[in-house]
Structures are given as structure tokens and as C-alpha cells.
Design a protein around this ligand. Structure first.
Ligand code: ATP
Ligand code: MG
Length: 399
């Protein structure tokens, strides 16, 4: 925001008053010049991290060996990184050597794409040795230097190019796209969690269709976990963007059944949060598949916080409009109960009523049936009514 730019400029001024120089760099400059909403603001400086710690009150050392600290300033956070070059990358993950340097131009040279290699000083003056502003004007993603070398150094840049293509709706310059195709196989060296983060961002962007098509065209798909086993799956294009990895899985899982959820989880090393969300979305989709509509039971079992997510999945599949989210909310407000706890007749009452029976799984089963009938308004949530139903209900034998 405007306010954060003001704060970043004050940080730069403090660094300059302390004998150093500093610039705003990276995505913030790119998005500012492209007149897009600016996210995190990163600062590059000639001062060493130890010196930054000295001259600011609140500094968190988040990556001293790479020259990065987090400066807390007026309740906002700014990554401040010493000018540096990188070389090596033998393991395709970490540069073998980080060298601090004195010139901003040298620092810009290590950056991935020309649009990300622009620095801006406190007066708004631009340092742009690689023609990044021009690339922005032409809406083009282009490697800094030789794309073949840059993708071999760090193959994650391949996925970054594709996600930027989606986020910014930019094209990818010819030599850069060729190099993506040539070095796509190096993606197998990248930690799957990092791939997943870029892949997820690709589905979020307004240009996700182009991003996905680039994945197919450049054969990047052959190096993506899961998809590589049936690459044609990626040619199934969602009808609208998806914001979370669980939504992406739900989309493909509804379309094709090549994989089990366990396989998705293992291959993409999904976090517990993503696993849980995927499970819930898929359960709701199953219910939708059987009833061909959003039922009360579906709404009842779907966590309210996932309404927007489920709505996006239905929209991406072309089953509903995105406005189905409002319908979910409306339906939820009409539900007679919102959880098992709201039942007037509970587990205790059921056990008491059937005191001749041994405790067992039948209790849970009975309660679920009561829940189901009440949610569907086939049974009124009244003690006497539910008791009446329970009296004639015979728990399944051997239970
Ligand atoms: P976003 O808006 O998504 O944060 P960003 O461009 O700021 O996009 P970051 O991952 O925050 O992306 O990285 C900040 C900057 O660091 C980039 O703009 C780029 O200059 C540089 N950078 C990040 N990752 C790489 C990489 N893998 N190789 C080279 N430079 C990189
Ligand atoms: Mg950023």
C-alpha cells in the first residue's frame, strides 16, 4: 500500500543517513510500474546484515548467511537483503556460494526475470540495466541473461515463469520458452513443496489457462508429480481460477479417477491443512455427484469456512455459478441444526432408551440417522419426536 511505500522509503533514508545505499527491488517495483496492487516490499542494501541490525530497533535475522534480515518498522515488515551474487547451485537448491557485493547492478544480475530485476530509489528513480521496464510495457517474461544458464542454475525459475505468465497475463519470450522446454527435466531436482507453491499460484492467476497450456506445450507436465503419469489430464482446463491446492486436486479428482487421494498426498507432500481440506471438498463433491445438487446434508457437513472454496470447485467444473456460495450460506441459515450438539435427543438418551443393549457402534449409527433425518426435515428436532422415532428403530444386528 501507499503507507508501506512511505515506510520503506523511511527505511531507505535511515540506511543512507547511516552511510549506506538502498533500493526497493523485486516484485514491489514490478507491480508498482505495472500499476498492479503491490504485495511485500523488499529492500536491497549495500550495508551488511550486522550493520542493519545495529541501526534499526527491531530486526529479526531470518537468513543472515544470505544477507537477509527482517526489519520491523511501524507494525510493518520489510526484508532487507545485502547486495549479493550467487554461484554454484550444484544441488539445484542452494547456491554454493553467496558473495556480498557493492553495486546494486551486480545484485540485479542474479535475479530471475528482467521485470524482477529493476531497482527504485527513494525518489522513484529507476535502475534498470536489463530492460525490465520495456518487458513490462510489452507484457513479456524474459530471463536476465541466457535463459538456458539461468534455468540450469535454478530450475524453480521454470515454474516461476509459468506462474507469472498466469498472474500477470504476460507472454513468455521465445528464447525463454525454448529453454523452459529444454530444461524442464531439471524440475525433478526441486523440492516438491516449492513446486507446489508456484503451481498453486498458477491456478490462482487470471491467466491460469495460458499457464496450464504452457505447462503442456513445454512438457513441464512430464515432470510434475502425479500429472506426469497421465499428462493429458492437464489438458482438462478448469472453467474458472482455483485458489487453493485442495481445490485443484478436487477439480481433477472429479474429472478423472487415475489416482487415490493417498497418492496425491504422498506425491505432492501435502500439508495436513491441505489434506484435510481436500478430504472435505471431495466428500462434498461425492454428495453433490449423487444428488446432482447442493443438498441440506451437504451444507450441514461442509465447514462454513470452506463455502467459498467449494463454490470455486463447482464453478471450475461448470456445475454451478460462483454465486453458489450465497446459496450455501442461505441454505445453512435455514438448517434446523448446525451440529450434533444441537439435537434435543442425544447419545445419552439413546443409550438410556435401549438400556438392554450393549454399548457399541450402533449408538453412533443411530445418532447419524437422527442427524440426517433432522437436517433433511424428515424428523422434528424435539425430544418426544426423536424418542418416538428411536423407539421403533432397530439397531443393525451384530452391532
Ligand atoms: P510475488 O509478488 O509473488 O512475491 P516476487 O517477484 O516478489 O513476486 P519473490 O519470490 O517474493 O517474488 O522474490 C522477490 C524477488 O527475488 C524477485 O522479484 C526476484 O528478483 C528475486 N527472486 C526470487 N526468486 C528467485 C529465483 N528463484 N531466482 C532468481 N531470482 C529470484
Ligand atoms: Mg515478493
Amino acid at each position: 500500500s501507499h503507507k508501506d511505500f512511505r515506510k520503506a522509503i523511511e527505511i531507505i533514508q535511515h540506511i543512507e543517513n547511516s552511510g549506506g545505499e538502498a533500493y526497493i527491488v523485486g516484485g514491489a517495483v514490478r507491480d508498482f510500474l505495472a500499476e498492479r496492487e503491490v504485495g511485500d516490499i523488499d529492500i536491497a542494501t549495500s550495508l551488511l546484515p550486522e550493520r542493519i541490525i545495529e541501526i534499526f530497533d527491531k530486526v529479526i535475522p531470518i537468513g543472515m548467511e544470505h544477507g537477509t534480515v527482517l526489519v520491523r518498522y511501524e507494525s510493518a515488515s520489510f526484508e532487507v537483503t545485502t547486495y549479493r551474487t550467487e554461484s554454484g547451485y550444484k544441488d539445484f537448491r542452494h547456491p554454493d556460494e553467496v558473495k556480498f557485493v557493492n553495486q546494486i547492478e551486480e545484485d540485479l544480475a542474479r535475479r530471475d526475470f528482467t521485470m524482477n530485476a529493476i531497482a527504485m530509489d527513494q525518489f522513484g528513480k529507476i535502475i534498470d540495466p536489463y530492460g525490465g521496464a520495456d518487458a513490462l510495457k510489452n507484457r513479456r517474461i524474459q530471463s536476465v541473461g541466457d535463459p538456458a544458464l539461468r534455468f540450469q542454475e535454478d530450475p524453480l525459475r521454470i515454474m516461476r515463469a509459468l506462474r507469472f505468465a498466469s498472474q500477470l497475463e504476460f507472454t513468455i519470450e521465445d528464447q525463454t520458452i525454448k529453454a523452459i522446454q529444454t530444461y524442464a527435466h531439471l524440475l525433478s531436482h526441486i523440492a516438491v513443496e516449492r513446486l507446489a507453491a508456484e503451481f498453486e499460484k498458477m491456478y490462482q492467476g487470471p491467466g491460469y489457462k495460458a499457464g496450464i497450456n504452457f505447462c503442456v506445450k513445454t512438457e513441464v507436465v512430464n515432470y510434475l508429480p502425479i500429472f506426469k503419469e497421465h499428462p493429458s489430464t492437464l489438458s482438462l482446463i478448469p472453467k474458472s481460477p482455483l485458489l487453493h491446492f485442495s481445490e485443484v486436486i478436487a477439480f481433477y479428482q472429479f474429472k478423472v479417477s487415475h489416482w487415490t487421494i493417498k497418492e496425491w498426498k504422498r506425491a505432492w507432500k501435502l500439508s495436513n491443512l491441505t489434506r484435510n481440506r481436500t478430504d472435505i471438498l471431495l466428500r462434498s463433491l461425492e454428495e453433490y455427484k449423487t444428488s446432482h445438487k447442493v443438498t441440506e446434508w451437504l451444507v450441514y457437513n461442509l465447514d462454513e469456512t470452506l463455502y467459498p472454496s467449494f463454490a470455486r470447485v463447482l464453478a471450475s467444473l461448470g456445475l454451478e455459478e460462483l454465486t453458489v456460495k450465497d446459496m450455501l450460506e442461505e441454505q445453512a441459515s435455514q438448517l434446523p441444526i448446525h451440529s450434533e450438539k444441537d439435537l434435543e435427543f442425544g447419545a445419552k438418551d439413546l443409550i438410556e432408551l435401549k438400556s438392554d443393549l450393549q454399548k457399541g457402534p450402533w449408538i453412533k449409527e443411530g445418532l447419524t440417522q437422527i442427524e440426517y433425518l433432522v437436517v433433511n426435515k424428515q424428523l422434528t428436532n424435539q425430544y418426544s419426536k426423536i424418542k418416538e422415532w428411536a423407539e421403533q428403530w432397530n439397531p443393525p444386528a451384530n452391532n
